[in-house]
Write a protein that binds this ligand. Sequence first.
Ligand code: ZN
Ligand code: ZN
Length: 165
Amino acid sequence: MTENSPLVFKYADIKAEGGLNVKLSPSPELYADAFDSRTTLKRIDLELDFSVGGDSILLEGKVSAELQLECSRCADPVTRVFEDSFDEVYPDTVECIDAREVVRETAGLLAPIKVLCSETCKGRCLVCGINRNKQTCSCKTDKTSPFEALKGLRVEDRKKPGNKI
Ligand SMILES: [Zn+2]
Ligand SMILES: [Zn+2]
C-alpha cells in the first residue's frame, strides 16, 4: 500500500481538522485499467468531502472524467465528460482512508454502453464502409439490406386480395 498516494488520508488528521475538502486531478494513467481500453480516460477530476461524525468519517466524492469513446454507429472517436458521485463511511477503527478503490470503481462505471457522435449520425455504409457523415457513395444499400427486402414482402402480402391470415 502506497501511503504516499494523494488519495490516502490519515483518519486522525481529518478528525483533528474536523473535516476536509479537497479537489484534485490525479494522472489518468492511474485509472486507465478501469476501462476496456487504456486510452479511454483522458482526464479525471475529483472532489472529496470528508465529514467527521461521532465514531466514523463520511466521504462524499464526485468523479468527473473526460472519456474518449467510439461512436456506436460510425466508430469515430467521441470525447465527452461524464460525472458521478459516491459516498463511503469509514469507521474510526481504520488508520487510513484509502479512496483509490472507490474512485476507480466509480470512474469505471462512467462509460456508457452506447454513445453517438451526434443524434443524427448517419453511420457507415454497409457495403463500402465509408463514413456517411463525411462522404457519400453510390452503393445501393437500400436494395441489399435484408430488412428492406423483408418490409417489401410483408406489404405485398397484405395487399394481395383474399390473402388469409
Ligand atoms: Zn457517429
Ligand atoms: Zn457505400
